[in-house]
Design a binder for this molecule. Structure first.
Ligand SMILES: *[C@@H]1O[C@H](CO)[C@@H](O)[C@H](O)[C@H]1NC(C)=O
Ligand SMILES: *[C@@H]1O[C@H](CO)[C@@H](O)[C@H](O)[C@H]1NC(C)=O
Length: 281
């Protein structure tokens, strides 16, 4: 007991001493700062870059809940708004010479192709960023150009079907493996599943990110002609796989083919309204 009381006393004395020294240094250094550094120097220390949301609104893509592009029928919840996921997860890549792939150039959009190409070439600031697009409409790709420069960045556009695994393999060989893949292509379940399986297995780098947009198609469309089932089921089962961590329970044994093929490559995944994102192991 006495030893403890003595220790407490020593500790509180030491604590007081540290506080006093700290207060003195704080006062002293804050004076030095005030005297020595002109106020404007702090303002020049770093320029603030426009947010993802701001850049997206400038370019007029339908990714940002832009009511001029996609009428929201009086309810904002019925708009795309992918700011939440892109703001949170793409910021660390912004100034890196990253390899980015988006599926879907927007050839079937009423406002014409290339809005998200404009977005990514503005948003990513490193001139060495490598941006690639895959687009189903070959004529549109020919008109648009297969190798273009926009906002000082080189962009490659490849014509082909995202459900064609040989095409994905060829694109990965030429331009990948990728740091970030965005699936904004045809949104059929077969296409979405092919992308999840291909990119988690091979097309993405380790710790790369896959974003799958417009997953509300799972609630709008019937299972594909190709026989693929709705993708929301894959994400439900994926959460069972991660949360159970392999504990045997027949009720939660995955049956979904996509989940069986990719679960071991999923470090984590999450969803926002209408979209999910996966970080590869
Ligand atoms: C989109 O989401 C962001 C936050 O993630 C919010 O700041 C913005 O107001 C939203 N825009 C619309 C049109 O809902
Ligand atoms: C799939 O992609 C490969 C490689 O680009 C191509 O040679 C082949 O014709 C494509 N298959 C179909 C069915 O489009």
């Amino acid at each position: 007991m006495r030893v403890q009381a003595k220790n407490v006393l020593i500790m509180s004395l030491r604590h007081t001493l540290v506080l006093l020294i700290g207060a003195f240094l704080g006062y002293y250094s804050s004076n030095i700062l005030l005297v020595g550094v002109p106020r404007s120097a702090e303002q020049h220390a770093g320029t603030v870059e426009a947010s993802w949301q701001a850049v997206a609104l400038q370019t007029g893509t339908d990714k940002s809940g832009n009511p001029h592009v996609e009428p929201c029928f009086s309810n904002k919840l019925h708009c795309n708004n992918y700011s939440a996921m892109y703001e949170e997860f793409l910021t660390p890549y912004r100034s890196l010479p990253a390899k980015i792939l988006e599926i879907g150039l927007g050839c079937d959009m009423i406002y014409g192709p290339g809005k998200s190409l404009d977005l990514w070439t503005r948003y990513f600031t490193n001139p060495l960023v490598e941006i690639t697009f895959i687009e189903l409409d070959a004529q549109c790709v020919q008109r648009f150009g297969e190798q273009i420069y926009k906002n000082g960045k080189k962009v490659s556009v490849v014509a082909g079907d995202q459900a064609n695994v040989s095409l994905l393999a060829e694109v990965t060989r030429r331009y990948g493996p990728f740091d970030v893949v965005i699936d904004d292509g045809g949104h059929t379940f077969h296409q979405q599943r092919t992308c999840i399986e291909f990119f988690l297995n091979t097309g993405l780098k380790s710790s790369g990110l896959l974003f799958i947009e417009d997953l509300h198609t799972s609630f709008l469309w019937k299972p594909d002609v190709a026989g693929a089932d709705r993708v929301n089921f894959a994400f439900r089962q994926l959460s069972d796989v991660l949360l159970s961590s392999g504990l045997p329970d027949k009720r939660y044994t995955p049956t979904d083919k996509t989940v069986l093929n990719v679960a071991r490559f999923v470090r984590w995944f999450g969803c926002q309204r209408r979209a999910c994102f996966i970080r590869k192991t």
